[in-house]
Design a protein around this ligand. Structure first.
Ligand SMILES: [Fe+2]
Length: 224
């Protein structure tokens, strides 16, 4: 090996070590783990699909179950709010039934539960839903499905679980998440003093940069 190539090799090794030794930026947040979409994403979203899943247009009664506020923020890895993003949630009703033709479990449908809702994050990346505390159904611990549309046709998809729920430990999908990352998918449903909601839970989504945005930045840099 020539002196030059030996020096080059040492430089490469040194820079590699420097990268490995570099402290992880403490301000950065852990990305929210993604989870499968599941079989019950609405085929046809209901006509009435706002951010209050506990009331269906034209019906006076509210959904059965424990009414819960679910709110939080959508952030990037550096904690910056992601504004203007569409957030969707869907879940089964208090009887364990999804509003989906493939849910043939024979459970009675709660006609007062919307089953699906959407909203758009505000300037601070905030979103808010009124729904019910999720309930278990055969084979699954309580969960709320969620999708965040950072890119129009490739949403970030995950499932939100209930902190302290004993069934979590027996749920195949939840237990598939590495143990250290499981808290990132938990929302704590706590009692609140509210005229409508019995519970409230906070859940933040931390998303990786949108690939489309990265490619655009590359193209701009190349053409500069
Ligand atoms: Fe589900």
């Amino acid at each position: 090996m020539s002196l030059q190539s030996r020096l080059r090799r040492q430089l490469v090794l040194a820079s590699g070590a420097a990268v490995l030794a570099a402290p992880i930026n403490a301000a950065q947040r852990a990305l929210t783990p993604s989870q499968m979409l599941g079989p019950f994403y609405p085929v046809t979203p209901p006509l009435h699909k706002d951010n209050d899943l506990t009331q269906v247009e034209g019906r006076s009664a509210r959904a059965a179950g424990q009414i819960a506020e679910l709110s939080g923020r959508v952030l990037d890895i550096n904690g910056r709010p992601l504004a203007g993003l569409r957030v969707e949630i869907w879940q089964c009703d208090a009887n364990g039934r999804y509003r989906h033709p493939r849910d043939t479990g024979g459970l009675d449908e709660d006609p007062n539960f919307q089953g699906f809702g959407h909203t758009v994050t505000d300037a601070e990346g905030r979103y808010r839903f009124r729904t019910i505390r999720p309930v278990p159904y055969p084979g699954r611990t309580p969960h709320i499905h969620a999708a965040v549309f950072q890119e129009a046709d490739r949403p970030f998809v995950t499932q939100i679980y209930v902190a302290g729920e004993p069934l979590n430990a027996r749920d195949g999908l939840f237990m598939r998440v590495p143990e250290a990352l499981r808290p990132l998918l938990l929302a704590d449903f706590v009692a609140v003093d509210d005229p409508v909601a019995a519970l409230a839970a906070e859940f933040d989504f931390v998303l990786a940069p949108a690939l489309a945005g990265l490619f655009e930045a590359d193209l701009e840099a190349d053409s500069a």
